[in-house]
Design a binder for this molecule. Structure first.
Ligand SMILES: *[C@@H]1O[C@H](CO)[C@@H](O)[C@H](O)[C@H]1NC(C)=O
Ligand SMILES: *[C@@H]1O[C@H](CO)[C@@H](O)[C@H](O)[C@H]1NC(C)=O
Ligand SMILES: *[C@@H]1O[C@H](CO)[C@@H](O)[C@H](O)[C@H]1NC(C)=O
Ligand SMILES: *[C@@H]1O[C@H](CO)[C@@H](O)[C@H](O)[C@H]1NC(C)=O
Ligand SMILES: *[C@@H]1O[C@H](CO)[C@@H](O)[C@H](O)[C@H]1NC(C)=O
Ligand SMILES: *[C@@H]1O[C@H](CO)[C@@H](O)[C@H](O)[C@H]1NC(C)=O
Length: 579
């Protein structure tokens, strides 16, 4: 009896394990949420979003909160790890403005965000009595000169912290959840504090400062902005959002499109690349356990208690499950959704392109319908058909030529699809159909393939279709090519000849000619001559380095110049003493 129970429990446990995945960090990257553990990607959530930006994690409710910009239709969503498959996503707020960063306090249930275009911090409560199915958005702080960017909450002490990136007056500030007790805690030696993280374990704030886009620092201070430390500084690196785990600091980097980390407590740490991406990632959060953060501190008692009360966690979000639209607008009268272009489903949760094309790329038509761009060799409305499938009859071999299926028939058959039996043996069967690409415009242009048994509106990429022999152009090209080759050969021969000619000795020597044999001190009597490449001088007919006694007197006597040269050479050898 126990055995069956144990077995069932084991099965339940394994099912649970299979459906979950481990992660150290989560990253928003383009249209997907990515999860990483130990430098490898362990899970991806995609197909529902377009442009994900800010990201926050709440370990109490085991949920991620994130922003999808959706071409200006910014919405804040939550993703619940523990929920059933189709209830994992919830839309919290559709907010048609510029949400920069999010922070959630699990104790009060308040979600805060910074809005850069409104220069404001807003909040909503997830514990509203939503009788009218609407959530009330509250303005917390409206700023005049400050530009709020990153925001974090301190759930133990009840404060929010944010960074202000007005370049003429950057600050890090804090205030209570109701906006009171507002204080500037960092305003010196700071340029553009683009991100902020709070770690209860060390009771410290961490931020990345982008200095003029060239230099950067990663700094830390206590929760009052005191005891500042620079953990890392350097240049040509663009740290953006950063997050802190039990032992490391992670950040996303815009320029290299990657995630980096350093140990939290190391001296002179060396950054280590954790993952790299094709597009720049945006938000990042580290996984954590509430106990690891609170460490049973008295000021974190409220947070610890929330974790103990399962019922308060379960009925946390009072937003009715059937009144939200993931990618669409709610129609008030009957609480249904009107989906944005490209989405479908009761809650507009499905991207119409998701898994639509089998062998090709999916595009949206202006009407919002999916349309496939097939890979070469495939056709059909969903690129589901291999054009060669059952095309050649009578055991003919099918291949692609200009994207059209072409049959190579076995003996005794002919015809485009090898459908005809050869009657006269004397007629050679036409096996190859010549390629006529002249009617397909340029290679990259898409054209409609009339003769494939495709559904309506199927387009094929012709990039792989190569042009055939052109009887006018190609011989000319060949002739020009041959001519070029010959010219190059002639050039090469000439160049080698010239190089050989130049291989004569080149001598550069500076000598001091003595008029009288005087000691070193008698400088004014000396005449300085530089002989360079003496073979260019008239006086030189034999190589300069020839010993003096080999110069024949007869030659030297014939011209006045020869005498000069003789003297020069004689002096040159005498003057060797001077060097
Ligand atoms: C990462 O690897 C270490 C050791 O290899 C292991 O103990 C740890 O559980 C792994 N973490 C995750 C999240 O898989
Ligand atoms: C954004 O939302 C507005 C209002 O609901 C809608 O009219 C518009 O079409 C949406 N834009 C996009 C790109 O989905
Ligand atoms: C930045 O702050 C200065 C005052 O310090 C103000 O004059 C300026 O308008 C602010 N810039 C923005 C973009 O708000
Ligand atoms: C647990 O949460 C529920 C619902 O929020 C609340 O009614 C109850 O008082 C809480 N219990 C404790 C012990 O805090
Ligand atoms: C190739 O196609 C063009 C345009 O359809 C046509 O005018 C031409 O006659 C064709 N050539 C051959 C050899 O079939
Ligand atoms: C399609 O191919 C058949 C032969 O298989 C030919 O008779 C017909 O004219 C072609 N249709 C078009 C539109 O090219």
């Amino acid at each position: 009896m126990c055995k069956t129970q144990c077995f069932l429990a084991f099965v339940a446990l394994s099912i649970n394990l299979v459906s979950s995945f481990s992660w150290d960090i989560a990253v928003t990257n383009g249209d997907q949420l990515e999860f990483y553990a130990n430098y490898t990607i362990t899970h991806v959530e995609r197909g529902r979003f377009r442009a994900l930006t800010a990201l926050a994690y709440d370990a109490v409710h085991n949920m991620l909160l994130f922003v999808d910009k959706q071409n200006d239709n910014t919405s804040i969503f939550s993703f619940h790890f523990d929920a059933e498959e189709d209830k994992q996503y919830r839309t919290l707020i559709g907010w048609r403005s510029d949400v920069q960063d999010l922070a959630f306090d699990p104790v009060s249930g308040k979600l805060f965000w910074t809005d850069m275009s409104e220069n404001s911090i807003f909040w909503v409560s997830s514990k509203q009595n939503t009788t009218n199915n609407e959530i009330d958005v509250n303005l917390l702080i409206k700023m005049t000169d400050e530009i709020p960017r990153a925001i974090v909450v301190d759930s133990c002490r009840g404060y929010i912290y944010w960074t202000n990136i007005n370049i003429s007056k950057p600050t890090i500030e804090m205030a209570r959840f109701d906006g009171s007790d507002r204080r500037v805690i960092v305003n010196t030696n700071i340029d553009r504090p683009i991100s902020l993280a709070l770690d209860q374990r060390t009771k410290r704030l961490y931020w990345a400062d982008d200095k003029l886009g060239i230099y950067y620092t990663i700094e830390s201070s206590d929760l009052e902005g005191k005891d500042r430390k620079t953990l890392l500084h350097g240049s040509y690196h663009e740290p953006n959002v950063l997050t802190v785990s039990n032992d490391s600091i992670y950040w996303v980097e815009g320029g290299h499109k990657s995630v980096w980390k350093i140990p939290k407590n190391a001296v002179n740490p060396k950054p280590e690349e954790v993952a790299s991406f094709r597009d720049p990632p945006f938000g990042i959060v580290a996984n954590y356990k509430v106990e690891d953060q609170t460490m049973a501190r008295p000021e974190c008692e409220a947070l610890t208690n929330v974790l103990k009360n399962k019922s308060s966690i379960n009925d946390f979000f009072n937003i009715p499950g059937d009144t939200y639209c993931l990618h669409g607008d709610k129609i008030k009268q009957n609480s249904t959704c009107k989906c944005f272009r490209g989405y479908t489903g009761i809650r507009c949760q499905t991207n119409v392109c998701e898994n639509f094309c089998f062998n090709g790329r999916c595009n949206l038509t202006p009407e919002g319908n999916p349309q496939c761009l097939c890979k070469p060799g495939f056709s059909g409305a969903r690129c589901q058909t291999n054009v060669c499938y059952s095309y050649c009859l009578n055991n003919g071999k099918c291949s692609l030529d200009c994207l059209k299926p072409v049959c190579k028939c076995v003996h005794k058959f002919e015809g485009e699809r090898c459908e005809t039996r050869v009657v006269e043996a004397t007629v050679p069967p036409t096996t190859d159909v010549p390629c006529n690409c002249s009617d397909t415009r340029t290679n990259s242009v898409l054209f409609r393939m009339e003769n494939l048994t495709a559904g309506d509106g199927v387009y094929v990429d012709t990039a792989s279709c190569s042009a055939g022999w052109d009887p006018v152009r190609d011989p000319i090209l060949m002739f020009l090519g041959a001519l070029c080759g010959l010219l190059c050969l002639a050039c090469a021969v000439l160049i080698t000849k010239i190089l050989q000619l130049k291989k004569r000795p080149r001598i550069k020597k500076r000598i001091i000619v003595n008029k009288n044999v005087t000691p070193l001190t008698a400088r004014p009597d000396q005449c300085e001559i530089t002989i360079e490449n003496c073979c260019n001088m008239n006086i030189c007919e034999t190589p300069c380095f020839e010993p003096r006694n080999t110069i024949r007197p007869t030659l030297l006597d014939t011209k006045p110049g020869k005498e000069e040269k003789k003297n020069l050479i004689a002096n040159m050898e005498n003057s060797d003493d001077f060097y």
